[in-house]
Design a protein around this ligand. Structure first.
Ligand SMILES: Cc1cc2nc3c(=O)[nH]c(=O)nc-3n(C[C@H](O)[C@H](O)[C@H](O)COP(=O)(O)O)c2cc1C
Length: 259
């Protein structure tokens, strides 16, 4: 049973709104007003929220569960993974599971669905030891989405979805020419996730190409400037708007050391 929770009494919301108006006109300082503002937004949101138990989720219709659980982990990276098999047949597939593993040595991870059916990206990575991660941009995200189709092994998604393959001297796997943030990786190791049979592939970053104008002085890459998109769920594509870059958090000793 889905439970409606914390329904805010309309009178409370009304009282807060009234108090806010008074604050604005004469009353307490801006801090109090800001807190009240946040509280009223929170109350309004909570009054319409739903809570699901694990059993509710298990009992859900398959498509509804898939959509909901794919969305709750938050906005994810949007990448095309380029690979090639031992005979030179190229493959391209969209993935939203590229994650940071570590910066020294530079490592990225990629989660592959259970190997219960042929997974061409996985097979090719194991066969050649190479793969590329290519960020997705607005100009081609619809074609990028199309690469998720279950194309036959002998069909290249580069051709079927209208992308050009591009090779560097070092990386054996193909890059996507249309992509301007590209990473070439060599296979390092894999781990089977026992809970559901998915496979975490770890790759070492061997080569990285980014537009010079998106690299900030301290090395940070402004992905918004580079036009990289983000994904929520399995079909919702987003541009981003940065709020700010924050300072590294350095705490005084009395907050980090036990007495
Ligand atoms: C937005 C989106 C994200 C996806 N992310 C992943 C992923 O992280 N891992 C995965 O195994 N499949 C993912 N898929 C599914 C693959 O794109 C799909 O299974 C594709 O056919 C794999 O191609 P392959 O067999 O050539 O590797 C995703 C699909 C979409 C639409």
């Amino acid at each position: 049973m889905v439970r409606l929770c914390n329904r805010a009494h309309p009178k409370i919301v009304y009282a807060i709104t009234l108090f806010k108006i008074l604050c604005r006109n004469a009353g307490p300082g801006p801090h109090v007003c800001r807190e009240l503002n946040l509280l009223s937004i929170h109350l309004r949101q909570m009054s319409d929220s739903k809570t699901y138990s694990q059993q509710d989720i298990v009992d859900m219709d398959n498509i509804q569960r898939l959509n909901m659980i794919n969305a709750i982990s938050g906005f994810k990276s949007a990448s095309l993974i380029g690979t090639v098999d031992g005979s030179g047949k190229e493959n391209l597939a969209i993935f939203n599971s590229v994650i940071h593993i570590g910066s020294n040595p530079p490592l990225l991870g990629l989660l592959v669905r259970p190997l219960t059916v042929p997974r061409h990206t996985y097979q090719n990575i194991k066969e050649t030891g190479w793969f590329t991660v290519n960020h997705i941009r607005k100009e081609f995200y619809k074609r990028a989405h199309h690469t998720s189709g279950k194309f036959r092994e002998d069909i290249s998604e580069f051709e079927a979805c209208g992308f050009k393959a591009d090779y560097s001297k070092l990386c054996r796997a193909p890059y996507v020419k249309e992509s301007i943030v590209r990473i070439g990786l060599s296979f390092e190791e894999e781990t089977e996730i026992k809970a559901n049979g998915t496979v975490l592939i770890i790759g070492a970053v061997r080569e990285l190409t980014v537009p010079a104008e998106s690299i900030e002085e301290d090395g940070f890459i402004d992905l918004e400037k580079a036009g990289s998109l983000t994904i929520s769920g399995l079909d919702s594509y987003h541009e981003t708007v940065r709020l700010s870059r924050e300072e590294f958090v350095r705490l005084p000793e009395n907050l980090t050391k036990n007495n």
